[in-house]
Design a protein around this ligand. Sequence first.
Ligand code: ZN
Length: 238
Amino acid sequence: MSQYILRLDDASDYMDVKKWQRMEELLDQYGIKPLVGVIPDNLDSSLTDTYEQDPEFWDKTARWKEKGWELALHGCYHKYTTKEGGINPVNQRSEFAGVPLDKQKEMIRHGVDVLKGHDIEPKVFFAPSHIFDENTLVALKEESDIRIISDTIANDVYFENDFYFIPQQSRRVRKLPFKVCTFCYHPNMMKDEDFEELEIFLKGRHSNFASVQDMKLKERPISNFVRVLHTIYFEKRR
Ligand SMILES: [Zn+2]
C-alpha cells in the first residue's frame, strides 16, 4: 500500500487566502498534515501583482506549524532567472539551476534567515518549477540544516549525496503503483472541481497520508531501477 504525502506549493504573503483557507479546512477535516512550500521573500510578479499582500500570513504559518504541518523552504524570491533543467529536468526554467554557487548560497542563506525570523526552521527544500542543480545541494549543505528534498522521479525515498530525496510524481491525487507518492497542489490555482476531487480521495484514503515528520527516512541508496527510470524519463524530455 502506498504512503501519500500532500504537498502545497506557493504559500506566501501574496496568495489566494480564500483558497488556502478552504484547503486548510478540508485538511483539518481529515487530519492531513501537508508539506507546505513557503516562499520566503516573494518577488514573483505573477503572484505579487495578482494578490493583495496578506498581513496575517506569518500568523498562519505559526498556526500551521502548531498543527504539525511541515513548512519547507520553497526557493528564495520565486523568480525564474535561467532556462536550465538541472538534475530533475521536468521543466526548463529555474531560480537556481545554472546560477553560480556563491549566488545560490546567498539565496539559500537569505531564504533561511527570513523563515527563521518567523520562527520556522526548515528541514525540507523544493525549488520553484522543481528545478535545481548540484550547486543547490552544496548551497543547502553549507548554508542550512536542510537534508530533505521533495522532488525526484522514483518509487520510494532514496538517500544520495547526504540528502534524502522524496519522490514527487503527480499534480493531483490518484492511485499510483509507488511506495511513496507525493501529490503536488498549487492552492492558488485550484478550481472547485480540484477541491472536490481531492475531497473524494481524502474521504476514502486519508489514513494513507503521512506527514514528512512522521516518515521514518532511511539511508537507502538509489536503486538501479530508479537510475534507469531517470535516464529514460529525462532523455525523453531533453
Ligand atoms: Zn512555486
